[in-house]
Design a protein around this ligand. Structure first.
Ligand SMILES: Nc1nc2c(ncn2[C@@H]2O[C@H](COP(=O)(O)OP(=O)(O)O)[C@@H](O)[C@H]2O)c(=O)[nH]1
Ligand SMILES: [Mg+2]
Length: 299
């Protein structure tokens, strides 16, 4: 299945709502009146685009569609604007040796699963990969991650429950250097009950990593669960204060009608979405593509 087809399938629930509502709004109208434009804005907000991005999109619709209310034209304008908002140039990523990627985010968003999927991608490209179990808060977390490492054919740095995550990072990075490993994926804890502690711990892991490998972590990807809608934006802002984020991974898009959240987050954070989770299987992680996403949203 091509990338566009995957996005179309993953975004089908959001698209169903958007296209029906937009179509209903403008059908039979001679021209786009103020009330219709207001309703269009409400529709976008309801699909979790957020008030700021919805307003930004409406400006473009007003500008492009002074005369008519042709649903196809409106869809085209919406698509173009959404694509423009999502098309954020990534920060220049230094290629590290090994290349170290931190995966952060709150519990349950899909960090461990995403690491397994990413490891499988790197392995398929022929790159040696090490997964580091730095979520030492729950005993079960290490076992779950090990299963993914085995499935992906990646090496594994294990840890004991309660071990200082920074020391696990040290162990892992030394192992990676000794073994000439190309990629290192670091799983982290995501309990939000003690926010200040979690954020301090992440910052410390970052400092320790830089001590072991020049300029590590080279990437820090924040994983967000698309089904939580606008909650994801608050999480992103919180994490961005603790550790510089280089990209976002939006998971569980397959099960939600809140796909608009991608647009809200991109517009507010100016951090590029790097990957999208479209299911629970190892192959269900696709590189983000703004054009395919916009097309998947509006058909
Ligand atoms: N449908 C769907 N489920 C996902 C996706 N990513 C993760 N999950 C599920 O979300 C749940 C939590 O994932 P996990 O990786 O343990 O989250 P963590 O606590 O952040 O490490 C698991 O049941 C995963 O199978 C996705 O893209 N789509
Ligand atoms: Mg986990």
């Amino acid at each position: 299945m091509g990338l566009l087809e995957q996005f179309k399938q993953g975004l089908s629930r959001t698209r169903a709502i958007l296209t029906t509502d937009v179509g209903d709004l403008v059908r039979g109208l001679a021209k786009l009146d103020a009330a219709t434009l207001d309703s269009l804005e409400d529709t976008l907000v309801a699909a979790d685009f957020g008030p700021a991005a919805a307003a930004e999109i409406l400006v473009a619709v007003r500008r492009d569609l002074t005369g008519g209310s042709d649903p196809a034209l409106i869809r085209t304008t919406l698509k173009q604007k959404i694509r423009a908002i999502l098309d954020i140039p990534g920060p220049a990523v230094t290629q590290g040796n090994p290349h170290v990627i931190f995966i952060v985010g709150v519990n349950g968003v899909g960090k461990t699963t995403t690491i397994g999927k990413l490891a499988a991608r790197y392995r398929a490209e022929g790159e040696s990969t090490l997964i580091v179990a730095a979520d030492t808060f729950r005993a079960a977390a290490v076992g779950q991650l090990k299963t993914w490492a085995d499935r992906a054919g990646a090496s594994f740095q294990e840890s004991r429950e309660g071990q200082d995550p920074a020391s696990v990072v040290t162990d892992g990075l030394r192992k990676a250097r000794a073994g000439g490993i190309r990629r290192v994926l670091v799983d982290t804890a995501g309990r939000l009950q003690n926010k200040a502690h979690l954020m301090a711990e992440l910052a410390k892991m970052g400092r320790i990593a830089a001590r072991e490998v020049d300029q590590a972590p080279h990437e820090t990807l924040l994983v967000l669960d698309a089904t939580t809608g606008s909650n994801g934006l608050a999480q992103a802002q919180e994490f961005a204060r603790a550790i510089p984020l280089t990209g976002l991974v939006l998971t569980k898009l397959d099960g939600t009608a809140k796909g608009g959240i991608a647009v809200a987050i991109a517009s507010a954070m100016k951090v590029p979405i790097r990957f999208v989770g479209l299911g629970e299987a190892i192959e269900d992680l696709v590189p983000f593509d703004a054009a395919s996403f916009a097309e998947g949203l509006l058909g």
